[in-house]
Design a protein around this ligand. Structure first.
Ligand code: FES
Length: 138
């Protein structure tokens, strides 16, 4: 029967713990990204009779989409997650554009990049108003 030293025991168990913990960190340490995948179908309806969309310049975020009411009363919708690193963009009514608070990327009302570091447009969604129900869809 062999005896192992205390030092050997700690080294062996420490290595075992490290081997056990590495896979869990790899899976849980991944960056989360709220962007709906480009293939995901978007189709939902929101009421514009109350809340932020009842007023020009207001916006909401739902199902990974930012829906805004421009200062002229039109509705626009694009993916909310910045194409740079996934931060939620904000609607800027004064310039009818979207801005990322993380690194400063800017997008026009159609989601096209107007300032980096993002290089890819935000996915644009269709909107259709029926009474006070706004349909947002891909
Ligand atoms: S995450 Fe939006 S500019 Fe970097």
């Amino acid at each position: 029967m062999s005896n192992i030293s205390r030092k050997e025991f700690i080294e062996l168990t420490g290595l075992s713990l490290a081997v056990l913990l590495i896979p869990s960190c790899l899976s849980s340490c991944k960056k989360s990204n709220p962007t709906p995948s480009n293939n995901q179908t978007i189709d939902f309806t929101v009421s514009v009779s109350s809340g932020a969309l009842s007023q020009n310049g207001g916006y909401i975020v739902q199902n990974g989409v930012i829906v805004a009411r421009t200062n002229t009363g039109a509705f626009i919708a694009v993916a909310v997650a910045c194409t740079h690193e996934g931060t939620a963009v904000r609607y800027v009514a004064a310039s009818n554009s979207f801005s990322c608070p993380n690194h400063g990327a800017k997008f026009d009302a159609s989601g096209n990049v107007t300032a980096g570091p993002a290089t890819t447009a935000l996915k644009k969604y269709n909107t259709s108003l029926s009474g006070t129900d706004l349909r947002v869809y891909s």
